[in-house]
Design a protein around this ligand. Structure first.
Ligand code: 5GP
Length: 194
């Protein structure tokens, strides 16, 4: 997605440990117009599927997920990372190791929000080693919900996540695919500007 790649080139900051900081438009300050365009792109890619629910994980997946949900007219569910006193019913949970924070979280979704009748589109901000999406897939499996695919805003294609998700037989669509951070610059897969 050209608009997104341009914005990453403009505002993305490459940090140590192969981490891209996108606090200008996605992870801290959010650009709603860019997120709307991201939602439109997810709709273009997955709109033909009979999606009933979008599933993401808090907090940075929520902005792109909500725009896709708005445009596809389906509810958005986000998995919670903290145990909450309001989550007292039956839960689907999965363990997720966080790439950026280097901690293991248990993510959970209230069982009443996912069922065997759901066709789920998973959305997240980044795909690195695939742990977050893998955990969301585990949750869908527990709920016996059908997964239509995974939509990612920024994929770091040089890490293991894409392969892991495809190996689970899941359709993966990423709007920007980064092939490397060589020279502390962002290089996109399949881009002539590299
Ligand atoms: P994974 O589970 O695929 O290893 O990592 C995905 C999660 O880690 C995303 O939900 C995102 O929050 C975070 N993450 C992974 N890599 C990056 C990165 O380069 N930059 C930022 N800002 N977050 C990242």
């Amino acid at each position: 997605m050209k608009l997104l790649e341009e914005r990453i080139r403009e505002d993305g900051v490459v940090l140590d440990g192969d981490v891209l900081k996108v606090n200008q438009f996605l992870n801290h300050q959010i650009d709603p117009e860019l997120m709307y365009a991201v939602g439109q792109e997810f709709k273009r890619l997955f709109g033909e599927e009979d999606i009933t629910k979008i599933l993401t994980v808090e907090s940075s997946g929520i902005a792109p997920a909500i725009m896709a949900g708005l445009l596809m007219h389906v509810p958005v569910v986000f998995a919670k990372k903290q145990k909450s006193s309001t989550l007292n019913g039956s839960l689907y949970t999965a363990k997720v190791y966080s790439y950026t924070k280097k901690v293991e979280n248990t993510i959970s979704v209230d069982a009443k929000f996912l069922s065997t009748n759901d066709n789920v589109l998973i959305i997240d901000d980044f795909l690195a080693n695939g742990q977050a999406v893998n955990g969301l897939l585990d949750i869908c499996k527990l709920a016996q919900a059908h997964v239509v695919g995974a939509g990612i805003v920024i994929e770091k294609s040089f890490q293991q996540g894409a392969e892991l998700i495809r190996k689970r037989g899941v359709r993966l669509e990423s709007l920007a695919r980064i092939s490397s951070f060589a020279g502390n610059k962002v290089h996109f897969a399949g881009s002539a500007e590299n």
